[in-house]
Design a protein around this ligand. Structure first.
Ligand SMILES: Cc1ncc(COP(=O)(O)O)c(C=O)c1O
Length: 433
């Protein structure tokens, strides 16, 4: 970076990056430091300043940075296979064995694994294709506030108008249903139960009314907890009702657990408490232990793929499979879903208490260590994010109008990190009072 700065005469490496990097870059502008090291929940910049990383690669870093067990597993590989496409490797076989050991319920027996390209978006593309092929129906119902990635299919089932502007979308094949969001719903739908009832009534009409303007869909796709949409948790039983509607009409149920899965929501998958069995589950982010890996779990009876139907060069990266296996083992060994539930509940409670009555904070919500603080505007959220960064804490913003601060810390955090976050938050709140 020094070279860039000196040669080009820029005032700082960050100024240089704004000259050579695409204007689509986002975090580099908001957190204008050069990070040179990281450990656990900490990022360290070139001046040696430590930042509490509650962004965590947008939820990727379930164990934080450079977890010793993951590092040891990577170091133990004598001559690792690099890219193996979908050849069988020992890294892949032992990853699958470990994954089967931790999958909840009957999934290891009932579901197959499709290794996709390396990002979450690739798993969503695979889910859309498989559902269309298996049902013979191309229609999809997705949800307001849903975010599924940047591929054209994934974008077509994502709701943001701004992001959709860039897409060559599957016109006419995707219809959007409201997702329970009591805070922003009109009266009388401002309780979780009423909001869920309203959404389910809409979904029922979209499916059952033969004048709903769309063919009967093959797939209903949703996040078990919405992430980018603003950390929105549907009330208990909502997913069960969605599943029942799907079953009644021969529609596949697809869950995107890319952000909410693998312990973040205080259980292995966020859908578990509803006692459902999704046909398709998209998994990515933390599954590769910090390295790119993405997969689709799908019910065995749907395996209508022909060889090569959904492929990609980077389906078999040993480094991600080894790091992913080590990560799953640590999550299971250290009961990290329980830690996420316990620590997340405390953090949520403390944040709610400290913000109660603040004129610019509307709600604190979330599940496990997927927490959101909804403010009165994008400007307030931006100001809080900047003040937190000044105080040494990095958080995400998102949701409608960008008004939600989003916390996605590692599942390993304890009381000290919670305290540091709360202290920084108290100071940041004063900046927007
Ligand atoms: C729920 C959900 N689905 C899909 C994606 C897309 O994943 P990726 O950015 O790895 O393509 C994301 C990314 O934030 C996500 O949160």
């Amino acid at each position: 970076m020094e070279g860039v700065s000196d040669d080009a005469g820029f005032a700082s490496p960050v100024a240089a990056s704004s000259a050579w990097e695409s204007s689509a870059r986002s975090y580099a502008g908001r957190f204008p430091r050069v990070f040179v090291a990281a450990q656990g929940p900490w990022l360290i910049d070139q001046d040696g300043r430590r930042f509490l990383d509650f962004l965590g690669g947008a939820g990727v870093l379930l164990l934080g940075h450079n977890h010793p067990d993951v590092q040891a597993a990577l170091a133990a590989q004598a001559r690792p296979v690099g890219n193996s496409l979908d050849l069988l490797t020992d890294a892949k076989l032992s990853f699958v064995e470990t994954l089967h050991g931790v999958l909840p319920g009957d999934l290891a027996r009932t579901h197959k694994i499709h290794f996709c390209g390396p990002t979450g978006s690739d798993a969503v593309e695979a889910a859309l294709k498989l559902a269309a092929r298996a049902t013979g129906r191309r229609g999809v119902i997705a949800f307001h506030g849903g975010y599924h990635g940047m591929g054209q299919g994934a974008l077509a089932v994502s709701s943001s108008r701004r992001l959709r502007e860039a897409g060559l979308l599957m016109a006419g094949q995707v219809a959007f249903c409201p997702y329970p969001y009591p805070l922003r719903f009109p009266e009388p739908f401002r309780t979780p139960e009423a909001a869920a009832g309203f959404c389910l009534a809409q979904l029922r009409l979209m499916i059952e009314d033969d004048h709903a303007g769309q063919e009967l869909p093959g797939l209903v796709l949703l996040e078990a907890v919405q992430g980018e949409g603003g950390t929105i948790v549907p009330p208990p039983g909502f997913l069960r009702e969605v599943e029942a509607l799907c079953r009644r009409h021969g529609i596949l149920l697809g869950l995107d657990e890319i952000q909410s899965g693998l312990g973040r929501a205080g259980r292995w998958f966020a859908y578990e408490d509803d006692g459902i069995q999704p046909d398709l589950i998209c998994v990515s982010k933390g599954i590769g232990g910090g390295y790119p890996l993405s997969l689709l779990l799908f019910d065995r009876r749907l395996d209508v793929w022909r060889p090569g139907d959904h492929i990609g060069t980077f389906r078999g990266q040993s480094i991600a499979l080894v790091a992913g296996k080590a990560t799953l083992e640590v999550i299971a060994r250290d009961a990290l879903p329980d830690n996420a539930a316990r620590v997340g509940a405390r953090l949520k409670e403390d944040l709610a208490r400290r913000t109660a009555g603040h004129p610019k904070i509307r709600e604190v919500r979330g599940l496990g260590l997927m927490l959101g603080i909804e403010t009165d505007s994008g400007a307030t959220a931006d100001a809080l994010q900047a003040a937190l960064f000044q105080a040494g804490v990095i958080v995400e913003t998102g949701g409608r109008e960008g008004a939600v601060l989003r916390l996605l810390p590692p599942l390993t955090i304890g009381a000290a990190e919670v305290e540091a976050c709360l202290e920084a938050f108290a100071g940041a709140l004063e900046c927007v009072s």
